[in-house]
Design a protein around this ligand. Structure first.
Ligand code: COA
Length: 152
């Protein structure tokens, strides 16, 4: 039986594993330049108290990650860098990773979350209850739309 466990990242080893997953997905697969993929939040991920990074392990192997930034923008906390290794997609792991971050936002009393969705991933977020707003825009050469989720 497969076991999928999502934990909050607290060690350099787990952070490195998450960045490896992101490199495979965003840099190798989607061709985002590495200098755009990794940012100041990543370098400070283990010391800031206004970010939550999570790592999903399948039978112990790192296969998924995402992050939640509480103060990146005004308004709702911002989810980003949501990634599941290609060979493990469509099994519900992305949803579990998102739910872990929703729970982290709720625990801090926030009323919802926001994100910039790649257009190809928009139906994934809609399944989770997100609603798109505003126009399509380009980030790292990829079409995106802002989306919000308001907690019940
Ligand atoms: N289009 C339509 N539906 C999708 C979808 C897509 N691209 N990706 C997932 N779904 C649906 C699933 O069918 C499932 O539907 P269900 O509620 O009927 O079961 C639901 O969304 C949950 O899917 P899940 O299996 O948890 O998604 P996943 O583990 O494959 O992860 C991503 C989804 C987007 C994180 C993953 O495809 C990925 O890493 N993609 C590359 C990186 C990326 O695009 N990240 C998002 C940047 S904004």
């Amino acid at each position: 039986m497969s076991t999928f466990v999502v934990t909050t990242i607290r060690t350099p080893e787990d952070l490195r594993a998450a960045l490896d997953v992101r490199t495979r997905v965003f840099v190798d697969e989607q061709h985002v330049p590495i200098e755009e993929e990794v940012d100041a939040y990543d370098r400070e991920a283990l010391t800031r108290d206004d970010v939550v990074y999570v790592l999903g392990r399948l039978n112990g192997e790192p296969i998924a990650t995402a992050r939640l930034l509480f103060n990146a923008h005004e308004g709702l906390p911002h989810i980003g860098r949501v990634a599941v290794l290609a060979e493990h997609r469509g099994q519900g792991y992305g949803r579990v990773v998102m739910q872990a971050l929703h729970e982290a936002a709720r625990e801090r009393g926030r009323l919802g979350v926001t994100l910039a969705a790649q257009l190809q991933a928009l139906p994934f977020y809609e399944r989770l209850g997100y609603v798109a707003r505003g126009p399509v825009f380009l980030d790292a050469g990829i079409e995106h739309r802002d989306m919000d989720l308001r907690f019940d």
